[in-house]
Write a protein that binds this ligand. Structure first.
Ligand SMILES: Cc1cc2nc3c(=O)[nH]c(=O)nc-3n(C[C@H](O)[C@H](O)[C@H](O)COP(=O)(O)OP(=O)(O)OC[C@H]3O[C@@H](n4cnc5c(N)ncnc54)[C@H](O)[C@@H]3O)c2cc1C
Length: 284
């Protein structure tokens, strides 16, 4: 199918974007890399009358270290993240997660901000941002808002972004010394969306993990933190008994839902499998 007819504006400033959004309301939609939006237009899942191209906005570009945080502009592409030395040094979880996103051509165009704003439950960046305790910086007519990742993903394809706001950047605390991480994803073929995934970080202390953050994705409507299981394993020597108990707990804690090809039971099983793999990797 072909996309319906629409008007197109290449915005030159955030101010212009906000004015256009105010003027056109629901009839306007932002376009960044277009790697999700163009498919939804072609399938006529959405029919905006105006596309506002934000790719010229320099404020939304680049990766930089700013004091104790790493700032990732909304327009930073998946490939830029994959290749960034700053990311490798200060948020290495993202470096290992990036190659799991689609294929090179899509990673060259698709953006961090597009993925975060779209809020696909099977996408890698929402889960990683929650694991890394990121802050989303959004701009709207009333100014800037800073929204923790834990409050940003609200429901299936629904985020805390208001219709008249855009995502500008994300701030991620710099990985502390001794941080260990694991990114686990099960997909039918490399580059496919995940059947189930886990983005995990912790502080390693001998055979224990301190302050683990375990985020499962593609198992429910939004990425989910395994809070009870985190508390169970926190600072505890990871004996095989503790691991067995934790696998049981994580499977009962994470409420999975089916997708079009996999049942909730399959996802619950995979939650335990990915958890065990991640814990073994981080504590080895
Ligand atoms: C075949 C295929 C396979 C894919 N596989 C994966 C995968 O495995 N994992 C994965 O995570 N993704 C996957 N994707 C999606 C890809 O990562 C997209 O690039 C990403 O989801 C959206 O980024 P984008 O820049 O292309 O956004 P766009 O398509 O331009 O926009 C997506 C949505 O976000 C909104 N938006 C964009 N930028 C902003 C902003 N700054 N502020 C507010 N709203 C904004 C748009 O209005 C639109 O609603 C796949 C895509 C394709 C086509």
């Amino acid at each position: 199918m072909k996309a319906p007819a629409f008007d197109f504006v290449k915005a030159q400033s955030i101010h212009e974007v906000l004015e256009l959004m105010k003027l056109h309301g629901d009839d306007a939609q932002l376009i960044a890399g277009g790697q999700t939006l163009l498919a939804t237009l072609n399938m006529r899942l959405s029919e905006p009358q105006l596309l506002i191209d934000i790719t010229q906005l320099t404020e939304l570009k680049g990766i930089s270290q700013q004091g104790t945080v790493l700032r990732i502009g909304a327009l930073v592409t998946h490939t830029e993240i994959e290749n960034s030395e700053l990311i490798q040094q200060y948020a290495p979880l993202l470096s290992v997660a990036a190659p799991h996103i689609a294929h090179r051509a899509i990673r060259n165009l698709g953006t961090w901000g597009g993925s975060i704003a779209y809020g696909d439950p099977a996408a890698e960046w929402p889960a990683c941002s929650l694991a890394l305790d990121a802050i989303m910086i959004v701009q709207g007519p009333k100014g800037e808002r800073r929204i923790p990742a834990a409050e940003f993903f609200v429901d299936l394809y629904t985020t805390a972004l208001n219709d008249d706001e855009l995502l500008i950047a994300t701030e991620i605390p710099l990985a502390p010394q001794g941080q260990v991480f694991s990114f686990q994803e099960l997909a039918r073929r490399h580059g496919d969306y995940a059947v189930a995934g886990l983005a995990a970080v912790a502080q390693r202390n001998g055979n224990s993990l301190n302050d683990p953050r375990l985020v499962f994705f593609s198992v429910a409507n939004i990425p989910v933190l395994a809070k009870q299981t985190q508390a169970l394993i926190n600072q505890k020597p990871l004996s095989s008994e503790v691991l067995v108990q934790a696998v049981k707990m994580v499977r009962s804690e994470i409420e999975t839902s089916a997708d079009i090809t996999n049942s909730a039971e399959t996802k619950t099983h995979l939650v335990g499998v990915l958890f065990e793999r991640a814990i073994k990797q981080m504590s080895a």
